[in-house]
Design a protein around this ligand. Structure first.
Ligand SMILES: CC(C)(COP(=O)(O)OP(=O)(O)OC[C@H]1O[C@@H](n2cnc3c(N)ncnc32)[C@H](O)[C@@H]1OP(=O)(O)O)[C@@H](O)C(=O)NCCC(=O)NCCS
Length: 329
């Protein structure tokens, strides 16, 4: 019988813009405080891209670093999938712009939009392309410039999000991150709890849509909070079961960095000590799709991911989408 292909991570890279924006800076422009933001979210600061940097500029650097880390030339890449909900423009896909800048002339390129769950979806799609024999090397990049989607006058959302990019090169028989099992899902009953209603074909840009500030992220924070706590635990448990594993087998949880309190509550539901949970939200806030690959890279660089460990990645976001995957490190 033909053995299923083992797909994993041959290289990782990330890029965080240089500009650090602290909570203090919000105190000067909004009715908020460093203390409120830290205690409700765990965020201390975030990175903000320069005005001339678009999502593709962040993604190119992360992608190049992942290729260097793998020792693979851009010309060898078969496919680039970019997870983003802050694309450079409506079209072409940000992946095409990145393909051009990387010189990855042999790669098919497209974007995948599952908002904060985008990396999780793109990772699974990329891995399946390899497992199905349709591609040998897939570069999955999550690149977000959410600062361009925020209403900077809305304290309930502006303080939550930051900019950044992370990337992985997926190949067969890679040294780490073998995808053992996954689960992806969507509950569209929550569409209006997190969305940008204006600027698309439903409400094309007009003076009225701009005046109504419909081009910015709108969120029902409490609903998203409850959803996040529930879905992290439920989806990790389901993905573990699909891998033939249980919660006690988990060595490390790398969750979407949306809110420290959401993560703590979800870890409790999974009976997981916080020592086994990767947290970096205090430095970057929520970088949407880029949150997982950045956290995964920092976990490895910090020596927290050792060969053989069972690692869960989990994310949730607008849609409302979610996804969890189980990797063997
Ligand atoms: C947004 C969030 C931090 C708000 O925290 P919370 O404890 O639920 O706070 P509430 O929404 O109940 O608001 C409490 C009060 O704080 C206020 N508030 C909201 N943002 C504030 C801010 N930045 N500074 C100060 N006060 C703020 C609210 O206006 C409200 O005031 P009121 O009681 O006078 O009406 C929290 O709901 C959350 O993190 N939700 C999930 C968001 C998320 O993860 N989004 C991305 C998903 S991918």
């Amino acid at each position: 019988m033909k053995r299923a292909k083992r797909v994993g991570i041959a290289g990782m890279g990330c890029y965080l813009p240089e500009r650090v924006m602290t909570n203090k800076e919000f105190e000067e422009r909004l009715d908020t405080s460093d203390q409120w933001i830290r205690s409700r979210t765990g965020i201390r600061e975030r990175r903000i891209a320069a005005p001339e940097q678009a999502a593709s500029d962040l993604g190119v650097i992360a992608g190049r670093r992942a290729l260097e880390n793998a020792g693979v030339a851009a010309s060898e890449v078969d496919m680039i999938i970019v997870a983003t909900s802050s694309p450079d423009m409506v079209f072409p896909a940000t992946a095409c712009l990145i393909q051009h800048s990387l010189g990855a002339a042999n790669a098919a390129a497209c974007d995948l939009n599952a908002v904060c769950t985008g990396f999780q979806y793109a990772y699974v799609v990329g891995a399946q392309m390899i497992a199905a024999g349709q591609a040998g090397k897939v570069l999955v990049i999550a690149a977000e410039k959410f600062s361009s989607l925020l209403d900077w006058e809305d304290r309930s959302t502006a303080v939550l999000m930051g900019d950044g990019a992370g990337a992985v090169l997926l190949t067969e028989d890679a040294p780490r991150g073998e995808l053992l099992a996954c689960t992806l899902g969507t509950d569209s009953s929550g569409i209006e709890n997190l969305w940008i209603p204006g600027g698309g074909s439903a409400r094309p840009t007009t003076h009225e849509t701009v005046d109504q500030r419909l081009h910015y992220m709108k969120m029902n924070g409490q609903e998203i909070y409850k959803f996040g706590v529930r879905i992290i635990g439920a989806s990790v448990t389901e993905a573990l079961a699909r891998a033939g594993l249980k919660e006690s087998d988990l060595d490390m949880l790398i969750p979407h960095q949306a809110n420290l309190r959401i993560i703590q509550s979800a870890a409790k539901r999974l009976n997981l000590s916080m020592e086994k949970v990767m947290i970096n939200i205090e430095r970057y806030s929520n970088t949407s799709a880029a949150s997982l690959p950045i956290a995964m890279l920092e976990a490895e660089q910090g020596g927290r991911l050792q060969p053989g460990m069972i690692v869960a990645l989990v994310a949730f976001g607008a849609g409302l989408t979610w996804g969890a995957s189980i990797l063997r490190w």
